[in-house]
Design a protein around this ligand. Sequence first.
Ligand SMILES: *[C@@H]1O[C@H](CO)[C@@H](O)[C@H](O)[C@H]1NC(C)=O
Ligand SMILES: *[C@@H]1O[C@H](CO)[C@@H](O)[C@H](O)[C@H]1NC(C)=O
Ligand SMILES: *[C@@H]1O[C@H](CO)[C@@H](O)[C@H](O)[C@H]1NC(C)=O
Ligand SMILES: *[C@@H]1O[C@H](CO)[C@@H](O)[C@H](O)[C@H]1NC(C)=O
Length: 467
Amino acid sequence: MQLPRRILAAAAAVLATVCLAAASPAVSYVNPLIPQRADPHISKQSDGYYYFTATVPEYDRIILRRAQTIQALASAPETTIWRRKASGVGSGQVWAPELHAIDGKWYIYVALGVSGQWKIRASVLEGTGTNPLTASWTEKGVIKTNWDTFSLDATTFVANGTRYLVWAQQEPSRSDENSSLLIAALQNPWTLRLPAVAISRPTLAWERVGYKVNEGPAVLQRNGALFLTYSASATDANYCMGLLTASLNSDLLNPASWTKSPTPILTSNAATSQFGPGHNSFVVAEDGQTDLLVYHDRGYRDIKGDPLNDPNRRTRVQKLYWGADGKPEFGVPVADGETPVRLRAAAGGFVRYDNGTGASGWLPETLFRVVKPGLAGGTTVSLEPGSNPGVFLSRGQGRAVQFVRNGTGGSAAAASFERRAGLGDAGGVSFEAVDVKGEYLRLEVGGKVAVAGVGKGEEGLATFFLE
Ligand SMILES: *[C@@H]1O[C@H](CO)[C@@H](O)[C@H](O)[C@H]1NC(C)=O
Ligand SMILES: *[C@@H]1O[C@H](CO)[C@@H](O)[C@H](O)[C@H]1NC(C)=O
Ligand SMILES: *[C@@H]1O[C@H](CO)[C@@H](O)[C@H](O)[C@H]1NC(C)=O
Ligand SMILES: *[C@@H]1O[C@H](CO)[C@@H](O)[C@H](O)[C@H]1NC(C)=O
């Protein structure tokens, strides 16, 4: 059925108002952020600095960096605040530190091993001093849990006034599995109120490839819910992220309060050349409102030998989008280089990569990298789909667009635009065709992307907000 144009235009205007109110600004980072740093944890502390800590490939120390911006962490000097000891717990592997400020002191949750043994235990350091890079650290020891078994990846959060710890641990009753996720309330930063309860186990096929693993929990509270991401399977290209959700009105110590997503929410992606994404943390961008996903992966799929001996897991950061249903949308690990953005038309809707198979509603199809310079060089830009890097949006036949590879047919000019102030709102942006003056990128009512002239009253179709 064809709706009258008038009704569609009115609907678009309402949508535009709604979308404007919910505008979510674009952010820009260059990936990978930091080479050879796995299990990345970035936090913004009350002194205004961003702090970074992560696992180093030598597994022998805890490092910290700090900077005024997340991108600046890439070149910030690194301070070693703790080194592997001669004997006992702390003489072996040093994995996945996290920095937290609790009641005026600094705490680092870190998994520590014993030299020559496969004996890893979640442990705590306490730091005093205003600056964690120069604080003095004391060991508060291994966190006492239900059992003295393989335990790691502790993280902490406060919900409804109670501070919780979530971590990964091998359950003695499930000896064929590597680790489950456990939760307990904290009595103080290094002491749990036991018993802890398991809220997730590696029971689904995608959690059991190579090893049977649930680990690396990270918690985000938004929209009345707790979103708990975790990582599953072996730490090679099979590594991926899952999601548990609980209502903030529920008893978090009751496993029934947690719902597991039946499919992983972030996996390897051959199109973007990202493999084994996982062990994430969440942080808010410099704008104070945009949620970011921080995680590691590798830039290649195949590894020789034990993945733990391959040093090239690297720290990455990308925007976390939110669906209209209030749930996070993870998309895919984005390609290396500058992070992509969404192009929301002032009249409503997103520019979408459509290769002829039809739009699926999948977030990555709405992500584009605004590449500078564009294929035509100079001041031009080209639009490269986040789901399919290597092709560029180009003028096709008539008003239609197509996607062309750099240098393989189609002219560079047809795939290049000049960035202009938005025709319908100077706060937005319009993209004028390089080779046909007066023709602009448009998102037609109904969602088709076009390049054509813009008549009076149509400016909103050719004006975009980058999100
Ligand atoms: C997982 O468990 C198996 C069997 O106990 C063990 O050989 C392996 O080292 C474990 N892997 C990890 C990553 O914990
Ligand atoms: C939140 O905390 C209050 C006060 O401690 C308590 O009465 C209430 O049961 C808690 N709510 C949940 C869902 O745990
Ligand atoms: C078209 O896009 C869909 C969704 O991204 C993808 O599954 C399919 O492989 C693509 N087809 C081609 C020919 O690129
Ligand atoms: C397009 O290809 C040319 C020649 O290989 C290269 O110099 C240029 O950087 C490419 N542009 C983009 C945007 O990929």
